[in-house]
Design a binder for this molecule. Structure first.
Ligand code: 0JX
Ligand code: SF4
Length: 321
């Protein structure tokens, strides 16, 4: 028998998707810094975890470095949206660098919580992914009070000094559902563990997960646009698979799509991580259209209106010019 060719093929595009307020602010900060001070402008780590964004800014004159010591003395360095530890600020000061801190205000909020609880001598269980820059920055605020909980599997190994004085905090870009499970397991071990004063997983991470759940339930395949090192983008793939999509893949751009993924598929869901420019989603839609997925419907789950002003160091100079 001939394989059945689907007659009507459609795409459901999640909304919200793509850039969050913190990413927009960080990317615009580098662009404005380049305009204001001229190239080169140094950026410590990837400004956001997206290959296309980094390449585009490099082409405009940004130089990405891993550590502040690579930045020549007296030059300008931008700190990425994921935040940095106080030690990194001190290093930059020692090297007499001019810094622009593009840390997302919602990451700074978690840093402030960490400082406050550490100041009250709480033990802090920081749920997050080992080696992720955000976690390194937050943990650096109070290393002697903070220990990392990298998922459910690491809960049983946690040892604390005083189980009666314990709070959990988290990375901003985790899976909401998985974090709920991790916290439940932590509370089995430490029943007096207290919750953060407000959600650490940010609005954008949460909203993109709500939106992908909605399209995953109606799609056989969900394509998530995002780079390999983007935590929030990777979480969208997991959430899609857990909520009805038979398959889900992370693609950095449209060229990563493999034709066989589309075999027998009638509905494809598409979304993108918080660090992903919309043009990459448009290229994915164009590629799908070539395969007969001409009908495109946007499914809006949550309205977003968050915006952040540019880092104050930059605003000051922009105003003066
Ligand atoms: O890897 P993450 O999801 O934390 O970062 P990415 O992909 O750059 O997303 C936006 C920046 C998030 C900071 O919290
Ligand atoms: Fe800020 Fe959330 Fe965006 Fe991270 S994902 S930059 S915490 S708004």
């Amino acid at each position: 028998m001939e394989p059945q060719t689907p007659t009507s093929r459609r795409v459901l595009v999640a909304k919200p998707r793509g850039y969050c307020a913190g990413v927009d602010r960080a990317v615009v900060a580098v662009e404005k810094a380049l305009e204001q001070y001229g190239a080169p402008v140094y950026v410590r780590k990837q400004i956001v975890h997206n290959t296309h964004v980094v390449k585009t800014l490099e082409a405009k004159g940004a130089i990405f470095v891993e550590e502040t010591e690579e930045v020549p003395e007296g030059e300008i360095v931008v700190f990425s949206a994921h935040g940095v530890s106080p030690a990194v600020h001190s290093e930059a000061q020692q090297r007499k660098l001019r810094t622009i801190d593009a840390t997302c205000p919602l990451v700074t909020k978690v840093h402030n919580e960490a400082k406050r609880f550490a100041g009250q001598d709480y033990g802090i269980l920081l749920i997050g992914h080992e080696g992720h820059e955000e976690v390194e920055g937050t943990a650096g605020e109070a290393p002697e009070h903070i220990q990392l909980v990298d998922g459910l599997g690491s809960v049983d190994g946690i040892q604390v000094k005083d189980p009666e004085k314990l709070v959990w905090l988290s990375q901003t870009t985790l899976s909401v559902d998985e974090t709920v499970e991790t916290v439940a397991r932590l509370k089995e071990r430490f029943p007096t563990l207290i919750d953060p004063p407000s959600d650490d997983i940010c609005y954008a991470t949460q909203n993109r997960q709500v939106a992908v759940k909605e399209i995953a339930a109606q799609s056989q395949l969900v394509i998530v646009v995002g780079s390999e090192n983007s935590s929030n983008s990777k979480r969208l793939v997991e959430v899609a698979k857990d909520h009805g999509a038979a398959a889900s893949y992370l693609v950095d751009n449209a060229t990563f799509i493999q034709d066989e993924w589309l075999d027998g598929v009638t509905t494809v869901g598409v979304t993108s991580g918080a660090s992903v420019p919309e043009e990459l989603v448009e290229q994915v839609l164009a590629r799908l259209a070539q395969h007969g997925f001409g009908e495109v419907e946007e499914v809006e789950s949550v309205r977003e209106s968050m915006r952040f002003s540019l880092p104050h160091e930059l605003r000051k100079d922009l105003r003066a010019s």
